[in-house]
Design a protein around this ligand. Structure first.
Ligand code: ADP
Ligand code: MG
Length: 638
């Protein structure tokens, strides 16, 4: 057998393992369960890929996002390793074929989404596979204390029972101490075993700034950062904001592009490529950009909006400086942003009754009888659906998301799906149709010539490209493809701009649709707590790096102030002085009810920005020197 180093050299052409990688690999080789905690970009994939290559059989990889799986599969294939992914946007037939290949074929890595694990089809086939390792990527998803709980991750224990001697390797970049324990319990580790690299990123400086004008601050920051030659990302919370900021920066002649999940697959790929190569420097993006991006020399990550949790922030900011060279993360927020985020949490959790009404309406909309629909997939136009039943579109979206969390349905996360094609017939059968049909011949000749693997797997096709190369019209191409589907010569999945909803459970009657109020309230509470922790991170004057390490449980290791972040550099004596000025001005403004109106205080201090005053009021409140009223408009001095 080859050694891990030999495999690393042979397939990846890397000379040495990074910190902790070999230790983790050895645990899997020795058949031990292991939870590996490495920061984003730390090289978690290799930790299961190397043992997967060393041992006979297939490595099962459970991964939450289609895009992530596809990146990994493409990457492995480019190294001559046989890997495939199954996901919820595939047809039943596609899934069937892939699973068979994992039993009988030469597949080394099988990527699946967690929902897949529960299906009988998968379980029956899985039991027959020769599995060498079960890798659980983004393992924090199994914990309801984690920031991205996915109940379907809990099914991993069921499939583990089908292959009880196979070790598990769980991997994550973000886990608080309670999540670390929870992951090992939920995955039924035979023995507790955590291998962890410190979350400290010495080369990355974290900064958070309250401001009255985020846009101006971002422009200034980009000017100071070397944004002409350095690469960076600016995260915004919505597609609309992404587009707006992109247009503004583009007008200012920055080398900038934008990215979100609503763009065509090929468009996204091209944008990502030219940014990775450094042809465009700044990518304005939603959080859809990042998972799977592999660029070591990102020098800055800016946040135009506040992420919903520290975990999310840490992942996003952590994309800067993976090469170990100096990098910065800067987050800007306006006074109202915090309030808006709190309101957003409320919106994310519509009342249970509303969620149920939307579930019923969805069934009617899709004309689905009660008891049917299991594992069926429907394209859905959410805006149209909301309109037809007179719901607010955001409420619909958030309700569908909650129904997904309850595992009644699943929404595809890949909105724009390209067309896909696989040839089912053999060459000889195809030929007999080709000689009879000129158009079909032209089409097939082109496809077979350009798409080598099309007999073995689904490949993306682009009808426009085919049209321009063959001279056939799009309509002709589509018609011929549909015709061949009927003859069972090929399987063709036309492209779709709509998200899909898949019924994970058959459509339930109203009285069978049970949403546990406790589950609902727990989820809501956890979201609120995560946000509170995020707000504390922003407003605390302690070292940002220390705050992050503390959040992730690294209190025992000796953490020191970084000396470089927005808190460390904030002149504490100046701040103290300002708080004195604020308190003095406040005393002059006390009204008959002992209250001070915040807007009056701000007017009384024209030399200080509103944001700075608010920030300091928050500090005073955190330190029990004042108490801010319930509406956030007044305060009293304690
Ligand atoms: P993670 O999943 O921990 O965020 P990845 O597994 O995606 O990180 O790896 C990030 C990058 O680091 C990839 O480009 C990978 O090829 C590279 N990498 C991982 N291990 C090594 C190594 N030992 N030597 C050099 N590069 C490595
Ligand atoms: Mg990873």
């Amino acid at each position: 057998m080859q050694t891990p180093q030999e495999i690393l050299k042979a397939y990846w052409n890397f000379d040495a393992f990074r910190a902790k990688q070999l230790e983790i690999i050895n645990a899997s080789l020795e058949g031990k369960d292991c939870l590996a905690l490495l920061p984003t970009g730390g090289g978690k994939s290799l930790c299961y890929q190397v043992p997967g290559m060393m041992k006979d059989g297939v490595c099962l990889v459970i991964s939450p996002l289609i895009a992530l799986m596809e990146d990994q599969v493409t990457n492995l294939k480019s190294r001559g390793i046989n890997a495939v992914a199954i996901n919820s946007s595939m047809s039943k037939k596609q899934i069937d074929i892939t699973l068979d290949n994992a039993i009988y074929g030469p597949i080394k890595f099988l990527y699946v989404s967690p929902e897949r694990l529960k299906t009988r089809l998968f379980q029956v086939r899985f039991a027959k596979m020769k599995i060498n390792l079960i890798a659980v990527d983004e393992a924090h998803c199994i914990s309801q204390w984690g920031y991205d709980f996915r109940p379907s991750y809990l099914s991993i224990t069921d499939i583990r029972k089908l292959q009880p001697n196979v070790p598990i390797l769980a991997l994550t970049a973000t886990a608080t101490p309670d999540v670390v324990i929870d992951i090992q319990e939920k995955l039924e580790f035979k023995e507790l075993n955590v291998i962890q690299k410190s979350f400290e990123r010495k080369n990355l400086v974290y900064n958070t700034f309250g401001t009255n004008n985020k846009y101006n601050r971002i422009i200034t920051a980009l000017g100071r950062l070397n944004s002409i030659s350095d690469s960076g990302i600016i995260y915004c919370s919505t597609r609309r904001k992404v587009k707006e900021l992109f247009i503004k920066l583009n007008d200012q002649n920055f080398s900038v592009d934008y990215y979100h999940a609503g763009l065509d697959y090929e468009e996204r790929l091209n944008k990502q490529k030219s940014w990775t190569k450094g042809e465009t420097k700044i990518m304005v993006a939603t959080n859809a950009f990042g998972m799977g991006i592999d660029k070591a020399d990102v020098r800055f990550v800016l946040h135009h909006d506040i992420p919903a949790s520290i975990e999310a922030y840490f992942q996003e900011a952590g994309r800067a400086g993976r090469d170990g060279k100096a990098a910065t993360a800067q987050l800007f927020y306006e006074p109202d942003d915090i309030q808006k985020l709190k309101e957003n949490v409320a919106l994310k959790y519509p009342p249970i009754e509303t969620i149920k009404r939307i579930y019923n309406a969805l069934g009617s909309h899709l004309q689905l009888a009660i008891g049917s629909g299991l594992e069926e997939r429907f394209p859905i136009n959410i805006a149209q659906f909301a309109d037809k039943y007179d719901f607010n579109i955001l409420v619909v979206y958030n309700s569908l998301k909650f129904l997904e969390l309850c595992e009644f349905i699943k929404l595809s996360d890949n909105y724009k799906q390209p067309s896909q094609l696989k040839v089912l017939a053999n060459n000889k059968d195809l030929y007999s149709y080709q000689v009879k049909d000129k158009t079909l011949n032209k089409l097939l000749q082109f496809i077979l010539r350009t798409e080598m693997g099309i007999f073995d797997e689904y490949v993306r096709i682009n009808e426009f490209k085919i049209s321009s190369k063959t001279g056939l019209t799009i309509a002709e191409i589509r018609a011929k493809l549909e015709y061949m589907v009927q003859l069972e010569l090929v399987d063709y999945i036309p492209k779709s701009d709509l998200p899909f909803v898949t019924y994970v459970t058959e459509r339930l009657a109203d009285n069978n649709l049970s949403i546990s109020p406790k589950f609902y309230l727990d989820r809501k509470k956890i979201a609120e707590n995560k946000l509170e922790a995020m707000i504390h991170f922003l407003t605390s004057d302690r070292c940002k790096s220390e705050l992050l390490l503390q959040y992730f449980g690294e209190t025992e290791t000796e953490t020191e102030s970084c000396g470089k972040c927005s808190s460390c550099l904030f002149d504490k004596s100046e701040a103290k002085n300002l708080r004195k000025i604020i308190k003095k001005a406040a005393i002059d403004l006390i009204d008959d009810h002992d209250k001070i109106i915040i807007s009056e205080l701000i007017s009384a201090l024209p030399n200080h920005s509103r944001a700075i005053i608010i920030e300091n009021l928050r500090w005073l409140a955190d330190h029990d020197e004042i108490q801010i009223g319930p509406m956030g408009k007044t305060f009293v001095i304690n």
